[in-house]
Design a protein around this ligand. Structure first.
Ligand code: 4NP
Length: 176
């Protein structure tokens, strides 16, 4: 399994924007934070038209809701705008609509892989932190820990991880 390779899957269609989907459990903390930071950085690099970003969760408890207020607070403090997010769920249709599927933790990756219709779909799944420059190759399961059950410190830590990882991911996307 290639969950930690930094090699990008081939696009479904050449010429259309490359689709990156960020997946967590509830879609109100980690993946929407990562999606907003990624969109922000892509726009800054002039890549906003070439890469399309989406974020779903594998669970459906929060569908239609905005971001967790602790997550939104951290993003706002750091200069991002979290207001547009509405939670949605991951299903098999995401494999056809997105080229690269990035799971926040190993359990999210397992849930996503369980819905993959074929080998091509499976080969599009990575762990988001596979792109984290601070994670060595020896780490088998580089995860973004779920901050939902903890205090605000967890959200700070998650945002730092996300910003660092997104920086490296944008460089890889820009290279392709
Ligand atoms: P997320 O965090 O997966 O980072 O959005 C969670 C949010 C909600 C729940 C679990 C994790 N929940 O069980 O409702």
């Amino acid at each position: 399994m290639t969950l930690t390779t930094r090699q990008l899957p081939e696009p479904h269609r050449r010429g259309s924007p490359y689709g990156v989907a960020l997946v967590c459990l509830g879609n109100i903390c980690r993946s929407p934070m990562a999606a907003i930071v990624l969109r922000h950085r892509l726009d800054k690099e002039g890549l906003g038209d070439r890469v399309r970003v989406g974020s779903p969760g594998t669970g459906d408890w929060h569908v239609g809701q905005g971001m967790d207020e602790r997550a939104a607070g951290k993003l706002t403090e750091a200069g991002y705008d979290p207001s547009g997010h509405r939670a949605q769920t991951f299903d098999a249709s995401w494999f056809a609509r997105y080229d690269l599927i990035l799971a926040m933790d190993g359990s999210n990756a397992e849930d996503v892989l369980a819905l993959a219709p074929n080998e091509d779909a499976r080969s599009r799944v990575r762990l988001f932190r596979a792109f984290d420059p601070d994670v060595g190759d020896a780490v088998e399961m580089p995860e973004v820990p779920d901050p939902w059950y903890g205090g605000t410190d967890g959200f700070e830590e998650v945002l730092t991880m996300i910003e660092r990882t997104v920086g490296a991911l944008v460089a890889v996307l820009a290279d392709r």
